[in-house]
Design a protein. Structure first.
Length: 397
């Protein structure tokens, strides 16, 4: 049987992407777009190709390499913004030269949009070629951020503080998706965050999630939350169960309590095949929200409750049960989310947060977190006075 047009295009682009990755393994950032253009030329004639990177607050898409004369594209507007928000490839001007916009992402951790204008129309093989090139580009940027500053600098709309630099360097991919779980986290204020941090690990059988809020502000709190992240990872990677992870984290922070302070935090362990057997450790941290179908409610405050990590008195944080169902959404957040308020105004509060969560229930975690942190910024209507972190976890049905 002869291959279909789509199948043939997929075979060509898959082989091209492998060659592209081998070539880019030795190339500098300036060669990324020319090599992508040559790869797509295997499928169709390209008139122009451009990469647009999202800023850290995900409000705009700017051309890369940077072009000071170019106007930014707003994430909230136009087909490129729609491609970024939804992850769905957009195409327009299909009667002649066609423009295609595909999201640049890794495991749904999106960083920008690849825009390609073809000399002719765009059949399915052409669209697939652009989508595959955008996926390859997502992985290239994810690894490139470990060895070049080019992409970091391009995504910053203003200068970042040292505490924020420390925190961003610790974070995993902001978004991860597999057949078993999808999650996404966001921190605000992006350029001045200090005490909040999150981490996760997704294996074949279990996902483990941690969110931390260190005492204080600035460099001291960034240093303390860095310790919490490192202790969490160290215990997790040496095979400790959730109780041992919490105990080790608590002991490491407690050893420095007199000089460093404490960390509120939350650990969640989700068996991917049986989420009803999930467990939670809540160390002085707000209870998460469970969103099931059309209902949303805060977790029982007594589940897994203990004193903050490192506090040398009170009940030590130990695991409690967390019954989740397939199809549930779990929302973990720091107190800076519900405590955000305009000068002289009222806090956002848990009721308003729950209403915002209801509005974004149908959206994937990445877009949902973007809209939640935007709602927090809009409610505050000024620079945030405290870090605000949201982590959303979806379990497929």
């Amino acid at each position: 049987m002869a291959p279909t047009e789509e199948g043939a295009g997929a075979l060509v682009i898959e082989g091209t992407v492998l060659r592209l990755l081998r070539s880019l393994n030795r190339a500098g950032p300036e060669m990324v777009l020319p090599m992508l253009s040559l790869a797509i030329e295997q499928i169709t004639s390209v008139r122009s190709l451009a990469l647009y990177l999202a800023d850290l607050e995900e409000e705009r898409l700017d051309p890369w390499p940077p072009d000071p004369s170019a106007d930014p594209t707003l994430v909230s507007e136009g087909p490129m913004g729609l491609a970024y928000r939804t992850g769905a490839t957009q195409r327009w001007n299909e009667s002649g030269p066609t423009t295609i916009a595909a999201v640049v992402s890794t495991r749904r951790h999106r960083v920008g949009v690849l825009r390609v204008e073809t000399k002719g129309g765009a059949d399915r093989a052409t669209v697939r070629a652009v989508e595959d090139a955008a996926t390859a580009l997502g992985y290239l940027i994810a690894t490139g951020e470990r060895w070049t500053d080019a992409f970091h600098v391009a995504r910053r709309a203003r200068r970042m503080t040292l505490p924020a630099e420390i925190q961003w360097s610790l974070l995993p991919l902001a978004t991860f998706a597999s057949d078993d779980i999808e999650l996404s986290g966001a921190l605000e204020p992006a350029y001045d965050v200090g005490g909040d941090a999150f981490d996760y690990a997704c294996g074949s059988d279990v996902a483990t999630i941690g969110l931390f809020d260190a005492m204080g502000h600035g460099l001291a709190s960034a240093r303390l939350s860095s310790l919490a992240i490192a202790a969490f990872r160290n215990a997790r990677r040496r095979g400790d169960d959730l109780a041992a992870q919490a105990r080790f984290l608590h002991e490491e922070v407690a050893a420095r309590f007199e000089t460093e302070g404490f960390v509120t935090g939350l650990l969640v362990e989700i068996p991917l095949g049986s989420p009803e057997r999930s467990r939670i450790v809540r160390a002085g941290h707000p209870p998460p929200i469970v969103h099931r179908d059309d209902r949303a409610w805060p977790l029982d405050p007594s589940a897994g409750r203990g004193v903050p990590f490192g506090m040398p008195y009170g009940d030590r944080p130990t695991p409690g049960s967390l019954e989740l169902n397939p199809g549930d959404r779990l929302v973990v957040y720091s107190d800076g989310v519900v405590d955000a308020r305009p000068d002289g105004g009222t806090h956002l509060g848990i009721a308003a947060l729950s209403e915002h969560l209801r509005r974004v229930r149908s959206l994937p975690p990445r877009e949902a977190t973007r809209r939640i942190v935007k709602a927090v910024r809009d409610h505050r209507d000024a620079d945030l006075l405290d870090d605000a972190t949201v982590l959303i976890v979806d379990l497929p049905r």
